[in-house]
Design a protein. Structure first.
Length: 173
């Protein structure tokens, strides 16, 4: 039994540094956990992703003294951000924006117990949308497991397609 406990502790101790080394989006500074997606080395990974959800859980479990999550992100995966917001709520963390918090990032921000924004920082909301192709793919993927019997027939043009870039559609507070 003792050996099993020691093994689990060793795994946890080595898991946090290795996860931290793989994902440079997180920085720990005392009671402050900084989540900055712009720190990812690969530009394609500079957004909120499911790997970040796992990283957040590992860091919070290993560091019970974390009280605040500082955000700097242009957004990313909406579902991953919703899950991260649930984690923020569960751990009763405060949230702070230092830089920018756009799109899906705003959901994480809103999960905070106390929410603050540094001077000169940005909080950007925009209307969510699904294009028709994505809705059809989602429906086709989930129809059998959900027991959906209706055939989904989407006509071209039934969904509004954004005509401007994100920054033009954002409402900055």
């Amino acid at each position: 039994m003792f050996i099993r406990i020691v093994m689990v502790l060793l795994i946890v101790l080595f898991q946090v540094p290795s996860a931290y080394a793989q994902n440079k989006k997180f920085e720990l500074s005392g009671q402050l956990l900084i989540y900055n997606t712009f720190l990812a080395e690969n530009e394609n990974e500079q957004e909120i992703a499911w790997a970040d959800v796992d990283e957040l859980k590992v860091l919070l479990r290993a560091n019970e003294n974390i009280r605040k999550l500082e955000l700097n992100s242009s957004g990313g995966d909406l579902e991953a951000a919703m899950y991260m917001a649930d984690i923020v709520i569960d751990y009763e963390l405060d949230t702070n924006v230092n830089g920018t918090c756009d799109s899906a990032c705003t959901l994480i921000f809103l999960g905070g117990e106390k929410r603050t924004i540094e001077r000169g920082s940005w909080l950007g909301f925009h209307q969510s949308y699904w294009d028709a192709t994505y809705i059809k793919d989602y429906y086709d993927y989930h129809a059998e497991s959900e027991g959906w019997k209706t055939h989904l027939n989407l006509r071209h043009g039934c969904m509004k397609t954004p005509s401007r870039k994100f920054s033009a559609n954002s409402n900055i507070l």
